[in-house]
Design a protein around this ligand. Sequence first.
Ligand code: PNS
Length: 169
Amino acid sequence: MNGPESEETPLRRAVCPGSFDPVTNGHLDIIARASRLYDVVHVAVMINQSKQGLFTVEERIDLLRRVTAEYGNVKVESFHGLLVDFCKQRDIPAIVKGLRAVSDFDYELQMAQMNNGLSGVETLFVPTNPTYSFLSSSLVKEVAAWGGDVSHLVPPLVLEALTQRLGER
Ligand code: PNS
């Protein structure tokens, strides 16, 4: 090996992409696990203009930054475009996704194969913690909108934001 490793070894980067409307404990579990496997984890809030969110992209980023603040190697950003372009621009070779159940697999496989075909980026699937295998942002919003208790499914900051936003409606 030539010279000190720190000068020779490039940082290992990965991206955790999603809509994060809002971030749940399930997302956070995947981000935390990715942050232990990679030097830098980019959390990409992908902008989908045809989908009206409960939270604005800026609000989602703010919540994500606050709930991931304890991880020194997580960087939260938004992106308007293809995930492969986000990866190309930042030299990211790997996408990390949580797989909750077999029902996730079909679409996730299609996206993984499409992304790999477009740019060579790899997708790594992390099995979701069984505690969160039923969890999605959509279900959290629906249950919370009807007054159900979601305090065990989202971080306290997100619960506060959800309660406030739903109260405005
Ligand atoms: O949290 P979600 O909504 O399940 O995340 C889906 C997301 C945002 C990761 C996916 O739709 C995506 O990667 N969108 C970016 C646009 C893109 O690259 N589309 C082609 C996918 S093969």
